[in-house]
Write a protein that binds this ligand. Structure first.
Ligand code: ATP
Length: 287
């Protein structure tokens, strides 16, 4: 028995950090939405009690450091599953990019194994389990568009933004989220207005969504990696309606309404950057 599932990337339309908590995590407020750039996960039922990972990308571990492995192990331990699984991961989402590729693979594995191992869990139960693997996994279990609070694991679904193109450009560096948070100075932040962003999305006000984009981690990443700022500037110069860094970076995304403008920006950026994608915003929940 085999199941094939998509694990889409996310972007942050808004990312705010409120405070550092006693457990070492930061209290955040983020608006996340899914885009149509996805890894493909194929799960094959094994009668033997083991987890095997096959991954298409050399930089991604195929042992218990892989987040999809951890998702399978968690379900096995929690529900005493005696069967095994082969998890084949076709990576299309760039790694360490701020697009939650690993978290989405873990979330897709949770959804798929729920079916393959007939566990009968609800999405809410899978999202709670997912938070044990990583803060972004809960959101990725549902997809769509949501306000994420706490350390990112408390999810409140909101409407989808209006349809548009998303151009993603990633400079050839990987950014460690931990390093960015270590360099964040909470007293210096200029906070995005999350409530205004939610109203703009709920009101399907495209211009206001572009105007309310904000990510407090940008200044930290830009200082450490000036090439990320340069990509943002290029995208604005080529005419994107709004531009923001996703997560802790280094991927920068541009929002564009018209296809002709999208093509101009896409082609222009490819002269500077190898990793450029033009995709649709998904926004609606598919699970
Ligand atoms: P986020 O936006 O949630 O901070 P990210 O997009 O910056 O995530 P990932 O691509 O998820 O980062 O990878 C971060 C680290 O996780 C890498 O060091 C990678 O080796 C490891 N990793 C573990 N499992 C996976 C996986 N299935 N796919 C990609 N990376 C994985």
């Amino acid at each position: 028995m085999k199941i094939s599932i998509k694990a889409p990337a996310k972007i942050n339309l808004s990312l705010d950090v409120l405070q550092k908590r006693e457990d070492g995590y930061h209290e955040v407020e983020m608006i996340m939405t899914t885009v149509d750039l996805a890894d493909r996960i194929e799960l094959t039922l094994l009668e033997e009690n083991k987890i095997i990972i096959d991954v298409s990308e050399g930089f991604v571990p195929s042992d218990n450091r892989n987040l999809a492995f951890q998702a399978a192990q968690l379900l096995k331990d929690r529900f005493n599953v005696e069967k095994g699984v082969r998890i084949a991961i076709q990576k299309n989402i760039p790694v360490s990019a701020g697009l939650a590729g690993g978290s989405s693979d873990a979330a897709a594995t949770l959804r798929g194994l729920n079916e393959l191992w007939s566990l009968g869990l609800s999405l809410d139960e899978l999202a709670i389990l997912g938070a044990k693997i990583g803060s972004d996994v809960s959101f990725c279990v549902y997809g769509g568009t949501a306000l994420a609070t706490g350390r990112g694991e408390k999810i409140k679904h909101i409407a989808a933004p209006p349809p548009c193109w998303i151009i993603l450009a990633k400079p050839p560096i990987g950014v460690s989220t931990a390093e960015i948070y270590r360099n964040l100075k909470l007293e210096d932040l200029s906070h995005p207005d999350i409530m205004k962003m939610i109203s703009a999305i709920e009101g399907r006000d495209y211009e206001e969504i572009c105007g309310q984009l904000g990510n407090v981690l940008e200044t930290v990443t830009f200082k450490l990696y000036p090439e990320v700022q340069r990509i943002k500037d290029q995208m604005l110069r080529f005419g994107a309606d709004g531009v923001l860094m996703s997560g802790s970076g280094p991927t920068v995304f541009g929002i564009v309404k018209h296809e002709s403008r999208m093509l101009r920006i896409y082609n222009g950026l490819r002269g500077f950057c190898n990793d450029v994608y033009a995709v649709r915003l998904i926004g609606e929940r598919s699970y």
